[in-house]
Ligand binder design. Structure first.
Ligand code: KIV
Length: 275
């Protein structure tokens, strides 16, 4: 079916199968993060394919410097709010740091909590070979999993920097191997973050499941951005890959300033705005 307002293919509900079909047809997948009901509703009504309740909530919602502090309970809170808003998009939720690296049983329990308590559609997990046991265990419970390779922000203290990953042959070879491992384990997609476009394109051609890039060029099956970054709510974070579609921070400040002036000058409320 076609969307009436534009030429995009319209799917009533995005599922993991729809994403696979999109890859086969060469139709790009559009994914954005959301962490609350109101934003998720806007994104869903606009027709976004996938909503990621990312652990970037730790940065943009809670103001932490890294994604490490956010807890499973907090992720479940954000994911539950998003799920109450969404009817169309597939909702993927990050397993936060410290909830899956210990062992695969712990990983399974964390994933089950997200599926059961938030009603999410799928989970995302960072890493390759190191966490493949956890990935398999989660998949064995019938929980759809998205992998995440390249720059994995939960490992920031190991990397020491947010620079582009896998520019050297050894790391690039490992990334390709990890992508195949995740595919063979049964993941339905892989996020590729901040890696050379040529490498992302190579991986995308080699594996049959969709790749979603962030700072990984255009040769991937879809793109993801952090909503607060692309809307210009955050202003300090400006990597080369980020396209800002709006300058919402300035717009909000403008509206708030007008409101303050209206209140102070008793211009608000007027006669029609009172009882
Ligand atoms: O947490 C997040 O928002 C993410 C994206 C950057 C892919 O993992």
């Amino acid at each position: 079916m076609r969307d009436k307002t534009n030429s995009r293919q319209y799917y009533t509900k995005i599922t993991t199968h729809v994403l696979q079909e999109m890859k086969l047809k060469g139709e790009k997948i559009a994914m954005l993060t959301a962490y609350d009901y109101s934003m998720a509703k806007i994104l869903d009504e606009a027709g976004i394919d996938v909503i990621l309740v990312g652990d970037s909530a730790s940065n943009v919602m809670a103001g932490h410097k890294t994604t490490l502090p956010i807890t499973l309970d907090e992720m479940i809170y954000h994911a539950s709010s998003v799920m109450r808003a969404v009817t169309h998009a597939l909702v993927v939720v990050d397993l936060p740091f410290g909830t899956y690296q210990g062992n695969s049983i712990e990983a399974l329990h964390s994933a089950i909590r997200i599926m059961k308590e938030a009603g999410a559609n799928a989970i995302k997990i960072e890493g390759g070979e190191e966490i493949i046991g956890s990935v398999k265990r989660i998949l064995s419970a019938g929980i759809p999993v998205v992998g995440h390779l390249g720059l994995t922000p939960q490992a920031i203290h190991k990397f020491g920097t947010y620079v582009v990953r896998a520019t050297e042959k050894d790391e690039a070879d490992k990334l390709v191997k990890d992508a195949h491992l995740l595919e063979h384990a049964g993941c339905f997609g892989i996020v590729l973050e901040k890696i050379p476009a040529s490498l992302a394109s190579l991986v995308t051609k080699q594996i049959k499941i969709p790749t979603i890039g962030i700072g990984a060029g255009s040769g991937v099956d879809g793109q993801v951005l952090v909503l607060h970054d692309m809307l210009g709510i955050t202003t300090k974070f400006s990597p080369r890959f980020l396209r800002r579609y709006h300058n919402l921070s300035e717009e909000i400040k403008g509206s708030v300033n007008t409101y303050i002036n209206d209140v102070k000058s008793v211009n608000f409320p007027n006669e029609r705005e009172q009882y």
